[in-house]
Design a binder for this molecule. Structure first.
Ligand SMILES: [Ca+2]
Ligand SMILES: [Ca+2]
Ligand SMILES: [Ca+2]
Length: 399
């Protein structure tokens, strides 16, 4: 009895040791991979995602799909080094629910080498190309109330995407200013052209990664980067402060040295690639409004330039192909303006919007569609009649 108990103990010790080894070899180890969506998405756990584990010694692959908690539970893995590859394609509908932007996106993540020698787990976060992009958030052009002061104009461009975007090289253009005339037609639109013809082209400076803009953040480009309300060069009726910390860039209009502009040394200047006039005092988007676009082009300074059809004006407008346009808003003089008088083709902005009249101190601002994790997603149906509203007080860098 004593002996057999000892033998049993001895045997048991050996058995446990060898049994453990056998278990490893026969049944392998269990390992859980949990997949999360990017932090800007409206959900954490990524369900129905394919997770592929590849044994780096044998090249054997095992694929599993994550459950509702975003976890793929692998069982019986041979201990060793593995790569983990995760991928997920989101339909426009799925992407809209998760990001507010209806755009197909392919997400993935890779861990090139993970040691799996015992039961364990790992959380992986998917990444993908930015979904959504730049949109024009706000356009203030009407001028300060009870004044003839319009140097407080600004343009605000918003990162409506899920990832950091770089503003370096982004191009901004205005068409010929809008008119309050309800009889004059606009030559380019009357001819049914799809492209955009710009009176002014501005470019954000930078070599590629100098001006990062986080999701839900924006840049403000001011005609003059000063606090217009209380600067001696400003106007007490102006509703906006566009000084340092609010304006990211300003337009220092040095097109004609005989009409010198002011230059705030603390706020960098945009590049001026084209102006239809060299006798202006400054960048003037027009107190009646104008078509405003943002676009990308590798050589915007060399875009072909044309005069307006069926006019005698010698002003030159740079032709930007429709495909280069990122976003546009057609700001018109008043609510009586008709489609023939629009400045942007309907392929860029199917509608138009207005602050009603000049020197109102009000701006056009894009509507907020929804909010995800504190980030506002702005509405962009390419129809400013629906997408924009009048802000009674302009709100650079805010709402
Ligand atoms: Ca200026
Ligand atoms: Ca400056
Ligand atoms: Ca748009």
């Amino acid at each position: 009895m004593r002996i057999s108990a000892f033998l049993l103990f001895l045997c048991g010790t050996i058995a446990v040791t060898s049994c453990q080894k056998n278990n490893d070899v026969d049944n392998g180890v269990n390992y859980a991979v949990t997949v999360n969506y990017p932090a800007t998405y409206n959900a954490v756990a990524a369900a129905e995602v394919t997770v592929v584990l590849k044994n780096l010694t044998t090249n054997q692959q095992t694929a599993l799909v994550t459950n509702a908690a975003g976890t793929a539970n692998f069982e019986g893995l041979t201990p060793g080094n593995y790569s983990i590859t995760v991928s997920k394609e989101l339909s426009t509908t799925a992407a809209e629910a998760l990001t507010g932007v209806a755009q197909e996106v392919f997400l993935n993540a890779t861990e090139p080498q993970v040691q799996i020698i015992a039961e364990g787990s790992k959380t992986i976060t998917l990444t993908g190309s930015a979904i959504g992009g730049w949109v024009i958030k706000e356009f203030y052009y009407s001028g300060a109330p009870n004044s003839f002061y319009f140097y407080d104009a600004f343009i605000e461009i918003y990162n409506n995407s899920t990832d950091t975007l770089y503003a370096d090289g982004l191009l901004i253009g205005n068409t010929k200013a809008s008119s309050s005339s309800t009889t004059a037609v606009y030559g380019f639109i009357a001819e049914g052209r799809d492209d955009v013809y710009l009176a002014t082209i501005l470019r954000i400076p930078g070599s590629g990664k100098e001006h990062p803009v986080a999701p839900g953040k924006s840049i403000v480009i001011a005609t003059d980067a000063i606090n217009h309300k209380d600067d001696p060069n400003g106007n007490a009726n102006s509703p906006v402060n566009l000084g340092q910390g609010i304006a990211d860039f300003e337009v220092f209009f040095y097109v004609n040295p005989n009409t010198p502009d002011t230059d705030n040394p603390d706020v960098p200047n945009v590049d001026i690639l084209h102006s239809y006039s060299t006798t202006l005092f400054d960048y003037l988007p027009g107190v009646f409004g104008s078509g405003l676009v943002i676009f990308e082009h590798s050589d915007a300074a060399s875009l072909p330039k044309f005069t307006e059809p069926n006019t005698t004006s010698s002003s030159l407008y740079a032709q930007v192909p429709k495909a280069s346009i990122i976003d546009g808003v057609d700001a018109v003089a008043n609510s009586n303006i008709r489609t023939e008088q629009k400045r942007l083709p309907i392929g860029i902005d199917a509608g138009m919007n207005t602050v009603g009249s000049t020197y109102t101190g009000t701006s056009l601002r894009r509507k907020v569609k929804q909010e995800i994790n504190g980030r506002k997603i702005l509405q962009d149906t390419n129809n400013s009649s629906n997408d924009f509203e009048v802000a009674n007080t302009p709100t650079p860098k805010g709402w």
